[in-house]
Design a protein around this ligand. Structure first.
Ligand SMILES: [Zn+2]
Length: 165
C-alpha cells in the first residue's frame, strides 16, 4: 500500500502534459461551469469530441506502434504521421489525490483528481477526475473506465470504477 499522495504531487508540469483538468479550480462532473475548456486545433479536436460517440481516441503511430499524448498528428517519437484510433477506454489509477479544499464554491468537495494510465501503453497517462467513487474506495492500481462530461462541443474524458475489473 502506497502513501496517499498529497496535492502538490500533481504539479504544474503534470498538468501541462495532460491538458486535462488538474487545475484545482476545475471541479467534478457536478459543476459544468467550473471547467476550463481546451482550445481545439487539428491535433486535438478529435480527442476532445470523440466522446460524442462514447469512445476515447488518440493519434496512433503505426511505425512506432505508439499512442501519442498530448494528442499530436505528428508522432512525438519519429515525427511521422499519426492517425486517430479508438482506445478501449480502460485504465488504472496511477496515483490520485482527494481534494478537500473548496477552491471553487460551486464545486462540492471532496472530489478526486487522478493520474490514469491507459491499458494500451505503459506511461500513457493523463490527469483527470475519477467520479462515481468515494474517496474511501479509490486505490492505486484500481481499474477504471472512461466516461465523458459534455461541455458544449467538448466531451471531457473522466473515469469511473470499472465494474468488470
Ligand atoms: Zn512514430
Amino acid at each position: 500500500m502506497r502513501e496517499i499522495p498529497m496535492p502538490e504531487m500533481i504539479d504544474e508540469r503534470t498538468t501541462e502534459v495532460s491538458g486535462i483538468a488538474a487545475d484545482p479550480t476545475v471541479g467534478s462532473m457536478t459543476s459544468p461551469a467550473a471547467r476550463l475548456l481546451p482550445a481545439l486545433d487539428d491535433d486535438s479536436r478529435e480527442f476532445w469530441t470523440a466522446g460524442a460517440s462514447g469512445v476515447l481516441r488518440l493519434p496512433f503511430c503505426a511505425s512506432c506502434v505508439r499512442w501519442n499524448f498530448p494528442p499530436s498528428l505528428r508522432c512525438q517519437s519519429c515525427e511521422g504521421t499519426a492517425e486517430y484510433r479508438t482506445l478501449s477506454g480502460k485504465g488504472r489509477v496511477f496515483t490520485y489525490t482527494v481534494n478537500h479544499h473548496p477552491f471553487n464554491p460551486e464545486v462540492p468537495v471532496p472530489y478526486l483528481i487522478a493520474i490514469v494510465e491507459l491499458v494500451e501503453q505503459d506511461g500513457l497517462r493523463f490527469t483527470t477526475n475519477v467520479v462515481n467513487c468515494s474517496p474511501e474506495n479509490i486505490a492505486i492500481g484500481m481499474g477504471v473506465r472512461v466516461l465523458f462530461e459534455k461541455q458544449g462541443d467538448v466531451f471531457v474524458p473522466i473515469f469511473e470504477p470499472d465494474s468488470e475489473d
